[in-house]
Design a protein around this ligand. Structure first.
Ligand SMILES: N[C@@H](CCC[C@H](N)C(=O)O)C(=O)O
Length: 297
């Protein structure tokens, strides 16, 4: 039976419980409005997810074309509210796992195009995936630090860019961030003209931290891969490590509510993240609920 008759194929996957709706769209036929993405990510009335990964060929998308000589596939990432983001670290691991699962590659080292550039994922025999996340940028000057507020409490935060923006605040107790139902206040707003993800961090031991995160466009989630990398770099600098200056890599364990990530900043400044990526289910979206014609198909 043709796809047009039965509806829209999708999969569901997660990485440390950061979960995604995966929409295969190799030729870039789908036109995804923010409202449709939000419907798909809705946990009660839709499939449910912290975000959506559209799987599209780099050469089929204007945003991907410049990367097509280095990557075949582009991760078109959307937050649960339908907004577009530059990068998603857990998403890249799940995306690479999907390409393998679907037989779209037989290579265990997979280049993935993203809005933040090409990221390379290495699959291991278990569900682990290691991703080269690029270099962390720590802006200097007025945008370097911010203040993050939840309720009555305010903490200083470090601005770390991992292709997408992060405000990293070290706190005494992760519970102090409260229920995190709303986005934390971040000041000055000019430090983050496009909004930001906010991480709250505590120490667990030497080179071992734990975080909670409020994601731009998705709310509190069980994990954020780019956020964990931003936290690792902020913690390393706080602890006096600068791998490029020291000529020595440093590795941290970063616990998230949904599991554990291992993050290394290498002597060349590149950040590598290792964690699980799991394909959970696959199915077809009923055309009575969402007609592929609503997506231009
Ligand atoms: N969960 C992601 C980050 C997704 C994008 C983020 N919400 C943003 O708007 O920048 C990750 O694992 O990195």
């Amino acid at each position: 039976m043709s796809t047009a008759l039965v509806g829209l194929p999708f999969l569901k996957g997660h990485g440390t419980e950061n979960d995604f709706v995966i929409l295969p769209d190799p030729l870039g036929d789908l036109s995804l409005s923010p409202a449709v993405v939000a419907r798909l990510c809705d946990r009660r009335a839709g499939v449910g997810g912290d975000g959506l990964l559209r799987v599209v060929r780099c050469d089929a998308l204007s945003e991907g074309r410049a990367l097509a000589d280095r990557a075949t596939w582009f991760m078109d990432y959307r937050n649960a509210d339908g907004s577009v983001a530059e990068m998603c670290g857990n998403g890249v691991r799940v995306f690479a796992r999907y390409l393998w699962h679907a037989g779209l590659t037989d290579d265990t080292e997979i280049a993935v195009g993203t809005r933040a550039g090409v990221r390379t994922a290495r699959l291991s025999a278990d569900d682990g995936v290691t991703v080269g996340m690029g270099r962390a940028e720590l802006p200097s000057g007025p945008g370097a630090t911010a203040a993050v507020t939840v309720g009555e409490r305010t903490w200083p935060a470090l601005h770390v860019d991992m292709g997408n923006p992060h405000a990293v605040a070290f706190v005494e107790d992760l519970g102090h961030a409260g229920a995190l139902l709303d986005a934390p206040g971040v000041a000055p707003a000019a430090a983050y003209p496009h909004g930001t993800n906010v991480e709250f961090v505590v120490d667990r031991g030497p080179a071992h931290v734990a975080l909670r995160v409020h994601e731009r466009g998705s709310g509190e989630t069980r994990s954020c891969g780019t956020g964990a990398c931003a936290v690792m770099v902020a913690a390393a600098r706080r602890d006096g490590h600068d791998p490029v200056a020291d000529g020595r890599a440093v590795t941290y364990t970063v616990d998230v509510p949904g599991g554990r990530l291992l993050i290394t900043e290498r002597a060349d400044g590149m950040v590598e993240m290792t964690g699980p990526a799991v394909i959970v289910a696959e199915g077809v979206i009923d055309r009575a609920w969402l007609d592929p014609a609503e997506l231009g198909r």
